[in-house]
Design a protein around this ligand. Structure first.
Ligand SMILES: Nc1ncnc2c1ncn2[C@@H]1O[C@H](COP(=O)(O)OP(=O)(O)OP(=O)(O)O)[C@@H](O)[C@H]1O
Ligand SMILES: [Mg+2]
Length: 240
């Protein structure tokens, strides 16, 4: 039997009611994503990128339609199963890094695995190794306030990858960085993803970054208006 795609969205919709109006943040999306891809998610402000990432990361549920992850309907999973998925299968990276300000770099990375029941010694060892992978072994005992923005984002990358997730969902990860640090962060992310077999889905306003992605999805008003794979129109947006 053919393995299911990493993700499959069928009519996935997330609407918000505000007063008398309904906002279609994600509107009837049909798309399939394969593993080991770097997927760029583009679209103007308000087009639904963050909302879509939240659906993909099981942080939110569709109002209608379905989101399948590795063939499993996310809506059919229990809260416990969803928590397990968020912990083990998904890594999250945010524009503001979201590091805990009172913890050192290595403690922040450890937080990526803390609830998974590995010994303190192993946790420390794996976290330091992960920091070394992002080039920050010598910053392990710095606080976030003692690191540059690019370094903080690299700590966040180490944290997101520590549990060896299947997917890393990144929301504007270079939005708070200068262009050089941003480019470094993306090079690091794509390199690590390739090495660990992780799929990366990045919401971005940065056209240069998006241009490097083999798969580019473009949203507008909650709808998928573009889907390119290696510069060619992908099957999933063909008219049916
Ligand atoms: N909790 C909410 N309640 C009501 N409306 C919401 C909520 N979250 C998002 N929206 C609306 O849904 C639409 C999509 O928002 P979303 O944050 O997904 O856009 P985005 O593409 O990430 O934008 P940006 O590039 O500015 O981050 C917007 O019109 C937004 O105002
Ligand atoms: Mg957003």
């Amino acid at each position: 039997m053919l393995a299911p795609p990493l993700y499959e969205l069928r009519g996935a919709t997330r609407s918000f009611r505000l007063g008398n109006s309904t906002i279609m943040a994600v509107d009837s999306m049909d798309v399939a994503l394969d593993t080991e891809e770097f997927v760029a998610l583009e679209g103007p402000s308000g087009s639904g990128k963050t909302t879509l990432l939240q659906l993909l990361g099981a942080l939110d549920r569709p109002s209608s339609g379905k989101v399948f992850f590795e063939g499993r309907d996310l809506a059919a999973l229990s809260d416990g199963e969803l928590a397990e998925l968020r912990l083990r299968s998904f890594g999250f990276i945010f524009q503001q890094f979201n590091l805990l300000t009172t913890l050192t770099a290595v403690q922040n990375v450890e937080a990526g695995l803390a609830p998974l029941g590995v010994s303190a010694g192993e946790l420390r060892e794996r976290s330091l190794a992960m920091l070394a992978e992002v080039g920050l072994r010598d910053r392990a005992f710095h606080l976030p306030s003692q690191m540059s923005g690019g370094e903080q984002q690299r700590v966040a990358i180490a944290r997101a990858l520590l549990a060896e997730p299947r997917v890393v969902l990144a929301d504007e990860p270079t939005g708070n960085l200068d262009s050089k640090s941003g480019a470094d962060v993306i090079a690091l992310l794509t390199d690590l993803a390739a090495r660990h077999g992780t799929t990366i889905i990045v919401a971005t306003h940065d056209a240069g970054l998006a241009a490097r992605a083999p798969r580019r999805l473009t949203m507008h008003d909650g709808r998928l208006v573009g889907d390119e794979k290696n510069g060619k129109k992908a099957k999933t947006t063909e008219k049916r």
